[in-house]
Design a protein around this ligand. Structure first.
Ligand SMILES: [Zn+2]
Length: 239
C-alpha cells in the first residue's frame, strides 16, 4: 500500500473526504492528500477540519493495512472532513527531495555507480545524503554544486511512472539505495521518478514537476563516515 493520492494529485493540498473509522485522536480517511513519510522524507503535517471543529494532524500510523491520521487532542470526528496539507512544508520537501535526486544522479555518474546508504530531509531546508564512495576525493564532490545548479536553472521536467518490481530489480541503478528499496504497491508495481535525460530511479516520495521549482542549492558540508562513506549536506539557498 504505497500508491498515494499525493502521487497522482501532487497539487491537491486541500481535500474534502469522509471519515471511514475513528477513535479518540485518530481517524482513517476515504482519501488522504498527506504524504505519510518514508524514504528519508518526513511526513506531511497539516490539519483536519469539520463542521464544529479542527485538529492538527501530528503523524501517521499503519495498522492492519489502514493509514491512521493522528490528531492533536482526543477529537473523534465523523462524516465529511476537510484535510489540509501544510503547503510550506510540502513545498520545502518537494524541492529538497528533487534536489537530492540531482545530487544522487551526479554522484552515481561521477563515482562509478556509487549507491546511497542513507538520506534524511529536514524542515529547515537542508538534507543529508550518505553515499558509498570508497576513496572519493571530497573536492570532486564539492565541485558537483555547479552542475547541480545548472540542472536546476534549466528547469528540467520530471516524469513519473510504474514498472514491475522484477523489472526494477533487473535494471542496474534503478534501485539506488544500497539497503532499502521502496515497497511495491499493492499491484506489485514500483514507482519510478525520472529527471528527464539525467536520472531514473525508484522512489515513493513527493517531487517537483520541473527542477526549476527549486532555488539553487549549496553543498554545505562533506563528512567522512568510515572508509567508504561520505555524508553530504545540502541546503536550499534563501530566496
Ligand atoms: Zn524521490
Amino acid at each position: 500500500m504505497s500508491h498515494y493520492f499525493c502521487h497522482d494529485h501532487p497539487e491537491t493540498l486541500t481535500l474534502e473526504t469522509e471519515v471511514l473509522e475513528a477513535r479518540p485522536g485518530k481517524v482513517v480517511l476515504a482519501q488522504s492528500p498527506f504524504y505519510p513519510g518514508g524514504g528519508g522524507q518526513p511526513a506531511d503535517r497539516g490539519a483536519l477540519r469539520w463542521e464544529h471543529g479542527e485538529a492538527a494532524v501530528t503523524g501517521f500510523e499503519y495498522a492492519n493495512g489502514k493509514l491512521w491520521h493522528l490528531l492533536a487532542g482526543s477529537a473523534e470526528p465523523s462524516g465529511t472532513v476537510e484535510a489540509v496539507v501544510d503547503p510550506g512544508f510540502r513545498r520545502t520537501m518537494r524541492r529538497l527531495h528533487t534536489d537530492t535526486h540531482i545530487l544522487n544522479a551526479f554522484i552515481y555518474q561521477t563515482f562509478d555507480g556509487a549507491l546511497v546508504t542513507g538520506v534524511q530531509m529536514y524542515e529547515d531546508g537542508t538534507a543529508r545524503m550518505d553515499f558509498d564512495v570508497p576513496g572519493a576525493d571530497n573536492d570532486r564532490i564539492r565541485a558537483l554544486e555547479a552542475p547541480i545548479n545548472d540542472i536546476i536553472a534549466q528547469d528540467v521536467a520530471l516524469s513519473f511512472g510504474y514498472v514491475p518490481l522484477e523489472e526494477a530489480q533487473a535494471q542496474h541503478g534503478l534501485i539506488r539505495s544500497r539497503s532499502v528499496a521502496p515497497p511495491p504497491t499493492s499491484d506489485g508495481l514500483i514507482r519510478i521518478v525520472e529527471i528527464v535525460g539525467l536520472d531514473r530511479q525508484a522512489c515513493g516520495g513527493t517531487h517537483l514537476t520541473g527542477t526549476g521549482g527549486s532555488p539553487p542549492i549549496r553543498i554545505l558540508k562533506i563528512d567522512n563516515k568510515g572508509r567508504h562513506n561520505r555524508r553530504v549536506r545540502i541546503g536550499l539557498a534563501a530566496q
